[in-house]
Design a protein around this ligand. Structure first.
Ligand SMILES: NC(=O)c1ccc[n+]([C@@H]2O[C@H](COP(=O)([O-])OP(=O)(O)OC[C@H]3O[C@@H](n4cnc5c(N)ncnc54)[C@H](O)[C@@H]3O)[C@@H](O)[C@H]2O)c1
Ligand SMILES: [Zn+2]
Length: 471
């Protein structure tokens, strides 16, 4: 899995004591420990060496820098590599930003840091061909793969092989649901329980979500409630799921009166993102996921937004390394927010930029008419319009948002059939309504800054709704 260079060489002299520092190629924080990432070699499939482990490798003098401490025992035979405890991010960057022309061969682990519920997100090409990645997260002997009629013919066999190769004791069952947002409901959820109960899945079983956000949300919710909670793994196969829905533990189903109104916070054991699965994704679905990528840039990562402005063409052309970078950076942003505010008491709500307007479009227009990301894109334009009316951002940012969404081939206005009343009635039952007050995520200040607030001039909201609706 790991194809990083490692700054360790068998012929170089050792360094004494703690005065020397070496730069690890990659570091991650995993289950509250800091780890060094080691290279894959023909013999070694295990890529991790712990913070305190003694490594029997001499080290390149040129690798000396500031992140990692090297010490040796008195006879210089045992070296200890220690990661300097300076990493502040919950989801450290493991490789450098890639341009669209660099190697597609990118593998990354982003850690979601939630104490004893922390988990890794594996990102890379061909990861479904690496059974050890999934199998280390399976505890019992029973696995239920939840997928749908579109994804099953494409990836179910591959996923089953990844779960069982070299591991004959594991019994895998699958349940193939009908495809579509309109089936993200209680009736379809029951099919997962039916299969689990008929297959006599016990408490140590693992549910595996193989699919987009709909499958991930439903399978996660089923895992949260089956026998009061069983193991759960996400294998997201859409951009939307890879950059957003598979990370952070929000699971659930829709109610006829609103999206995602029934659900639970339930974290997976791991998320495995095989970027090769995007090869079969329709263009429209691909663009839909980009709406969430753009969101991260707008709310908290100006540099990422600027990268997107330069690389949108590469993303639309499905350049593998551009995608690997966009997914990684999105997951890092989401992981960081989730680790700071898992249950959405404030910060996490900012991930819903454009979603209040967007959900109104999805609900008012009928689930499945517009894709989630398309509705979010139009909703983002509305939120940005309102931010501008409030005087919180300048018009150059409004233009940049229009431009990047158009570049991504996403809508910049709601469907013409949407009315002000339709928006208002759906927004009134939004989960962000508190004490009758609708709180919104709005941009404020320079690119990369936003607020989650109910403290805004109601007229600005009305003006925005009227500006985007004919009646
Ligand atoms: N839990 C969260 O935090 C969160 C965040 C964002 C979105 N969501 C939810 O995610 C859902 C939207 O997710 P989505 O956009 O992935 O939609 P989706 O799951 O409906 O998938 C989109 C379509 O692509 C097909 N598909 C999936 N992978 C494919 C592949 N590799 N090749 C070919 N076809 C493939 C699916 O069968 C489906 O037809 C919404 O229900 C939304 O509420 C949840
Ligand atoms: Zn979303």
């Amino acid at each position: 899995m790991c194809r990083c260079l490692l700054l360790i060489n068998a012929h170089t002299h050792t360094h004494n004591a703690e005065r020397d520092w070496i730069e690890p190629t990659a570091t991650i924080s995993l289950r509250r420990h800091k780890w060094l990432l080691l290279p894959r070699s023909a013999k070694h499939n295990n890529h991790f060496a712990s913070f305190h482990s003694v490594l029997r490798f001499p080290v390149f003098a040129s690798s000396v820098s500031s992140r990692c401490c090297l010490s040796s025992d008195s006879n210089n035979r045992n070296l200890t590599l220690r990661l300097k405890a300076s990493a502040t991010s919950a989801a450290p960057v493991m490789d450098q930003p890639t341009s669209s022309s660099s190697s597609p061969d990118v593998s990354t682990i982003v850690e979601v840091d939630l104490g004893d519920r922390s988990y890794p997100i594996y990102i890379g090409s061909g990861l479904l061909n690496q059974p050890e990645l999934l199998q280390r997260h399976i505890h019992g002997k029973q696995v239920l793969v939840v997928t749908n009629t579109t994804i099953a013919p494409l990836y179910l066999d591959k996923a089953i092989s990844a779960l069982t190769d070299g591991n004959p004791n594991v019994k895998v069952e699958s349940v193939i649901l009908p495809d579509g947002e309109k089936f993200k409901d209680m009736e379809t959820l029951m099919k997962i329980f039916d299969q689990a109960i008929e297959s006599r899945m016990d408490r140590r079983c693992t549910f595996v979500a193989l699919g987009g956000g709909v499958i991930g949300d439903m399978c996660g919710y089923a895992a949260a409630s089956y026998l009061r909670g069983v193991n759960f793994i996400q294998i997201p196969t859409t951009v939307m799921a890879q950059v957003d829905s598979s990370v952070g533990g929000k699971t659930g189903i829709n109610h006829r009166l609103g999206k995602n109104l029934i659900g639970a916070f339930y974290q997976p054991q791991c998320v495995l993102i095989d970027t090769d699965t995007l090869n079969t994704l329709p263009d429209r679905e691909l663009a839909s996921g980009l709406a969430e990528v753009i969101k991260y840039g707008l709310i908290r990562d100006a540099e990422f937004f600027e990268w997107q402005e330069k690389n949108m063409h590469a993303l639309l052309a499905r350049d593998p390394s551009a995608f690997a970078y966009a997914i990684k950076r999105s997951c890092e942003n989401k992981a960081e927010v989730v680790s700071l505010d898992e249950k959405e008491s404030g910060l996490r709500a900012t991930l819903n930029l454009g979603h209040t307007f967007g959900h109104a479009i999805e609900t008012g227009f009928g689930y499945g008419q517009w894709l989630h990301g398309e509705a979010v894109a139009a909703g983002t334009v509305m939120a940005v319009d309102m931010s501008y009316r409030l005087g919180w951002i300048d018009d150059s940012l409004v233009k940049r948002v229009h431009m990047i969404l158009q570049q991504a081939k996403l809508p910049t206005a709601p469907p013409e059939t949407m009315t002000v009343d339709m928006f208002k009635s759906v927004m009134a039952v939004d989960k962000k309504v508190a004490d009758g007050l609708l709180r919104l995520i709005l941009l404020k200040g320079p690119l990369g800054n936003c607020v989650f607030t109910g403290d805004y001039d109601r007229e600005a909201l009305d003006d925005t709704l009227h500006a985007f609706c004919k009646s």
